[in-house]
Design a protein around this ligand. Sequence first.
Ligand code: PRP
Length: 224
Amino acid sequence: MLCRLLEEKLKLIFALPKGRILNEALPLLERAGIKPESSFHDNEDRRLIFRTNVSGLHIIRVRSFDVATFVAFGAAHIGVVGSDVLMEFDYPENYSPLDLKIGKCRMMVAQPVKLKVDDDPARWSHVSVATKYPEVTKQHFAARGVQAECIKLNGAMELAPKLGLAKRIVDLVDTGKTLKENGLVAVEQIADVSSRLVVNRAALKTKPELLRKWVERIREAVNG
Ligand code: PRP
């Protein structure tokens, strides 16, 4: 009985996002002392939860938007998530104590190069936008009295202007290569983006020592 209680106390689910952040997050976690089992790196492996070198600490690998949801509902205790996702989903249960200084990019409004020639953003009154971020987009435009009609997509936003789905997009821009190759140009920046450590607030109360220990170790790994 005591053993099971102790096991439960030491159990921690760490949510990591698939995609490009993962490649930067793994070395950071390794510096903090967390290393997933080798099958985590095997693309053929269809498991979604993995053991680590730390007893009781498991890693789940989910879509970046879902990291925020898993942590907010306490299904995961701690995670790595882009500030773009935290801006879009304002979950009060998510506490983000640490900028991990990885996954840096910008959230931008972009449009076809041709449109830019005779278009002044200051004169917009209504815009149609394809985006993963309808809430952030609406707030961004509403702040200056522009009504944004948003079409929610989960990826490949750059296709939308070309195929007439929406005139503009709001998306993340890193090197700018994707915009360029699709005949688009960034016209406004909404936010600087980087990855954050996110912790479930209730878990901070039930596992305070354990979570604070990992937050501090990861903080040292970021600064070290
Ligand atoms: C992101 C983003 C852009 C692209 C920008 O997509 O949504 O499409 O990267 O990067 P760049 O400026 O360096 O070209 P990602 O590749 O992460 O995939 P996603 O569309 O599934 O989000």
